[in-house]
Ligand binder design. Sequence first.
Ligand SMILES: [Fe+2]
Ligand SMILES: [Fe+2]
Length: 312
Amino acid sequence: MAVDSRELLVDKIRKGFVVESIDDMTEEYLHALKQTLIITGDTELVSVPALLTVYKEAPSLNRKITTLAIMQDELGHAHIAYILLQQLGVDTVELLYNRPAHRWKNPYAFDFKLNNFVELGAFNALYDRAGYTLLSDVGQNTSYGPWRRALVKVDKEELFHLRNGESILREAMKDPKKRKEVEKAFRWMFIMALEFFGVSDELKSRTTQLDLKLKGKTNDELRQDWLSKVVPFCESIGIDVPAHYDEETGKFVLDFPFPCKFDVERQEWLMDQPDTWDNVIKRFKARGPENEAFIHRIQKGFHEYERLRRSS
Ligand SMILES: [Fe+2]
Ligand SMILES: [Fe+2]
């Protein structure tokens, strides 16, 4: 472990120092990096059981193969994050296969089944766009060299995922029945994606992640980046979203109180009922309806194999 103090490391990083190994890190840096990589790995991995819920409903062989390729990419992305964690001394077998479901760090949005294949399009267009926005920022700004290099490949693949989602949605909008499905999907998934970026800057403007340059932009800056791509896309294909561009401030503005309350049972946002970030975090920690089933699916094979191995 390094002898640098926090101030010394922050200063070196500000001047362009690239962290390459544990020897370059302070305890704080190592801890923050591990936390960030766990969130990233879990997000990549748990996207797969969510996508699998409608994989078989793909309307053509082409769409099915593309979905399969995307799931393979996500497994690869998760692998990168967990390998980096392993190199940092984390017991990844324990992390992946013995961690209780409620302690996984994937976004709340991934604790839900998809209702139809159009929602897979929305998943790619909204959530992969969020992943792309977050990881592009990391790829351009992170002070951790091994991660920055690995993200070159991830970045290109995420772009393919979100383009796939846009293609599914564009096609669906031409069919009146599917158009209704798109509208329904966006009513719950649009705000889910906005929550990906976390607590508003007013509550958390500077973080350890920013000081140590694990990321480059604040939560609200990233949320703006996402809106600046998603809102024009939605307008271009005729999907109504509760957000618009404000000429005066040059920013995208939400047309409802954010965050707001969510009815889990009905999978519905209560857009006339503002909520606090404290409550949102409580909802995240309570986990969504498929959390246990999805994590069980990830862990099941390992435990079956272990049982077989012990009994032979
Ligand atoms: Fe990914
Ligand atoms: Fe993706």
